[in-house]
Ligand binder design. Sequence first.
Ligand SMILES: [Zn+2]
Length: 411
Amino acid sequence: MPLDPTRTLADLKELRALTADDNGAQRVAWTDTWQKARDWFAQKIKALPVEHHHDAAGNNWVTLPGKSEKSLLIGGHLDSVPNGGWLDGALDVLAGLEILRRINEEFNGRPPITIRLVDWADEEGARFGRSLLGSSAFAGTASIAADRIRTDRDGIRMEDALRRCGVEMDRFPEAAKEQKYAAAYIELHIEQGPVLERMGLPLATVLGTKGVERHNITFHGQEAHSGSTPMNARHDALAAAAKLALEIRTIAKKHPDAVCTMGSVKTFPGIVTAVVGRCETTIDQRDLDPTVLATMFREAREASERFAGEERCTVEWSRIWNIEPIAFHPALLDLCDQSIREVAQTTHRMPSGPLHDAAEVSRAGVPTVMMFVQSLGGISHNKIEDTRENHLEQAVTAFDLLATKTIAYLS
Ligand SMILES: [Zn+2]
């Protein structure tokens, strides 16, 4: 049987029935429901002549050996956020499974190069706040010392939760062995945003993942009585923060794909009868172009100092986290465009705001590309996350074409 995208839809629905409740998908990594999803997946691949193992970081590898050891990697993640959607991560893995079935059949179990399907462990970081855990171990960028002591809501340490699933964090570096023979990596994902729906397009080529600058910004003013302190005698930390909250929008709008968010604002003492003496905020800036990201960071910093001065306050910045922009492989971008055009006539190139495992694989030096399929309403990480069935079928078909073109490119 050739490629059958309806089989991917049936698999997705089966997985949803098994691992979702009334509030959505519950496949949070390192939980029993996640293990249940993985056990189900293990049953699904039984009919294929594949080698199956978990690496030292818990990544789930399915290998169809080819005439050459050179390998095409196809990846995704079966884990979800709590109350998540049915497609995020699972579409990637189950489309990959359908491609594996097609390739196995077409080449009588012996494709020209080796095909490896990987279900990354803990992409979401939903339980311990550490995303891309398994793929970072693969890439050799894991932060084991900082991560092992992380705790979940119930105070369970990450190290102990992983041990319960048979994963020892000290052995994480061994996962980098899986890089051997990896010649290319492809990943299909729902867009999780509104761009493709607005453009009326089903599919896009992903240029790369945006770099992120994430900072705490604290304005220091002076607490004072709200009744007795004249307006022109105040050191109002919230006023300075409020000006910045608006200014970062102006700064981001100068660049077509840049985004900037002030996601948290806390005031102290935070009572109705006091001028705000201290205001703690956070900022998250993203763009695919490192120069744009650096410019936005510099401009936001300068603006914060200007507004602090205007309100007779001071301001301090401290970095929470950052990652550089990661651009995908030029030749694979072209193959992805061609594959989409053959299925949907028109394609579009866009950066990804969210990070994906593909970013870590690319950091490891493996030529990488991602394909996006439209998300209805741009909604994800929510039980209402959805994509039209005909778009899902087009996605599986285009992604399969990308696999075929990539195999030809590597051969
Ligand atoms: Zn995902």
